[in-house]
Write a protein that binds this ligand. Structure first.
Ligand SMILES: [Mg+2]
Length: 109
């Protein structure tokens, strides 16, 4: 499955609030699901000394999937192709690596 295929399939499950524009709802959801990922990671540290159990990994996979859903639908609402977003990101990172500025500061280095 490509990112674009996932984006299209996921669109059929989108339901938004009538009180805010979809992009606002999606931004709130993305922040919430990102927090859920971080919370699961915190619990791995707190409850299992940083060792990932099989159950913790399964739960993290689910939460990362939730993040992916919100990213895909934010792309949809903004008129972006997820394949294109991934291609642009990869090109940026490859360029930074080639120029040896992966660990430097600033978004547009
Ligand atoms: Mg979740």
């Amino acid at each position: 499955m490509t990112f674009d295929e996932y984006q299209k399939l996921s669109k059929s499950t989108a339901q938004y609030s009538e009180f805010v524009p979809p992009w606002v709802y999606l931004a709130l959801g993305l922040a919430g699901e990102s927090g859920e990922v971080v919370d699961k990671l915190k619990k791995v540290v707190r409850n299992n000394n940083g060792t990932f159990s099989d159950e913790a990994k399964i739960e993290l996979q689910k939460e990362l999937g939730d993040v992916l859903w919100y990213v895909s639908q934010l792309c949809e609402e903004l008129g972006f192709s997820m394949d294109e977003v991934a291609r642009i990101n990869r090109a940026k990172l490859v360029d930074r690596k080639e120029r040896n500025v992966i660990q430097s500061r600033g978004d547009n280095r």
